[in-house]
Design a protein around this ligand. Structure first.
Ligand code: ZN
Length: 129
């Protein structure tokens, strides 16, 4: 079994209306994220031979999401989420990539700070790896 990931990043604002601390206020983060794709076999033909997936394919799926919904947006509005926690953002990105048909999509991780992150896994997976 292999698992690969592609990193992405974006600067964005959000506020968490239910939070009883400072996250209730409008504030921003330099978010980082990773999209994980898993496979139990490597491609045997074409330019992806020996790969799970060409990283550029993942990048091509991520770029429009970053450009049109994430980077320099107010996430409560752009994602249509009342409370865009890292958990909710990861699930939102996962749903968009799943909708786009990314094969082997395993999970999406969103890092809100250097030490705090949330990772959303496909509910179809029986193990987290
Ligand atoms: Zn925050």
């Amino acid at each position: 079994m292999w698992i690969i990931y592609k990193e992405f990043s974006f600067e964005a604002a959000h506020q968490l209306p239910h939070h009883e601390g400072k996250c209730r206020r409008l504030h921003g983060h330099s978010f980082r994220g990773r999209v994980y794709v898993a496979s139990d076999r490597l491609k045997t033909t074409g330019s992806e031979t020996g790969m799970v997936m060409d990283f550029s394919v993942l990048k091509a799926h991520l770029d429009p999401l970053v450009k049109n919904y994430l980077d320099h947006y107010y996430l409560n509005e752009s994602l249509g989420l009342e409370s865009p926690t890292s958990e909710a953002i990861a699930a939102w990105i996962f749903a968009k990539l799943e909708e786009a048909g990314v094969p082997g999509l395993h999970s999406v991780e969103v890092l809100e700070t250097c030490t705090s992150a949330a990772r959303y896994f496909s509910p179809r997976l029986s193990t987290f790896l």
